[in-house]
Design a protein around this ligand. Structure first.
Ligand SMILES: Nc1ncnc2c1ncn2[C@@H]1O[C@H](COP(=O)(O)OP(=O)(O)OP(=O)(O)O)[C@@H](O)[C@H]1O
Ligand SMILES: [Mg+2]
Length: 228
């Protein structure tokens, strides 16, 4: 069984008839556990579409998506929602934290969605937050956090269910340079130490140094631009 994410000849067409728009054109890639891949490209080139398909949020028009060897591109919506919950961690442009939950509960709510919270979950959440430099912020609410702290909370939350795949769409868009470096270097560290397959869409060329491979998206066509 091949671990990680494999996409084979994935094409995405939005709309119908004369309104058709090819957002992805035979995209193939493979991301192994412990590999941190970046996708760059102009606005409208298909990056978010690509990430949504990789993350089982959107069904491709054609092609195959495999996660840890299992084909997910043909699953029903119900099965896909289970995969999203258990196998995939998302980090978005803005951290999307729940305003009335403190930092520790932002992580535990993920567990509550998939069952009950055990003592080990509390310990794991605390450990993750400590790793991400938030050990002093466990009982703080989002409005009491800086932009970088919010994004680091979002990274911890994405790791909470121990997913196989981490997907990040412009995770540094709302951060200054120093905080962007902090956030992405911590992400890279977690990807390595926890052996996650990870893909980050970014406009920020300075963040590419933390990634193992850089892919470029142009008009829905994905090409490998650099390998470190
Ligand atoms: N739900 C949709 N219905 C129709 N067309 C869409 C839909 N979502 C995206 N598109 C189109 O598909 C193309 C790719 O969009 P996508 O959001 O993937 O680009 P992107 O590379 O993420 O851009 P950005 O850098 O601005 O976020 C664009 O032309 C967009 O207008
Ligand atoms: Mg986008």
């Amino acid at each position: 069984m091949t671990k990680g994410l494999q996409m084979k000849e994935v094409t995405m067409i939005y709309g119908e008839g004369s309104n058709q728009m090819k957002a992805l054109d035979h995209v193939s890639l493979s991301v192994e556990p412990g590999e941190f891949a970046a996708v760059v490209g102009p606005s409208g080139s298909g990056k978010s579409t690509f990430l949504s398909i990789a993350g089982a949020m959107l069904k491709a028009t054609e092609g195959e998506v495999r996660l840890n060897g299992n084909v997910i591109s043909t699953l029903t919506e119900k099965k896909l929602s289970t995969i999203r919950l258990r196998e995939i961690g998302f980090i978005m442009q803005s951290s999307n934290l729940v305003p009335y939950l403190h930092v520790l509960d932002q992580l535990l709510v993920v567990k509550r969605m998939s069952g009950t919270i055990r003592r080990e979950d509390q310990q794991f959440a605390t450990k993750l937050l400590e790793e991400l430099g938030l050990g002093q912020k466990l009982r703080k609410f989002p409005e009491e956090l800086s932009g970088g702290e919010k994004q680091r909370t979002a990274i911890a939350r994405a790791l909470m269910n121990d997913p196989n795949l981490i997907l990040a769409d412009e995770p540094t868009a709302s951060l200054d340079t120093k905080r962007a470096h902090e956030v992405v270097s911590l992400m890279a560290q977690e990807v390595k130490s926890r052996q996650k397959a990870a893909i980050m869409v970014t406009h920020d060329e300075r963040m590419l140094a933390y990634c193992d491979k850089v892919y470029r998206m142009n008009d829905g066509v994905l090409t490998l631009a650099a390998t470190s």
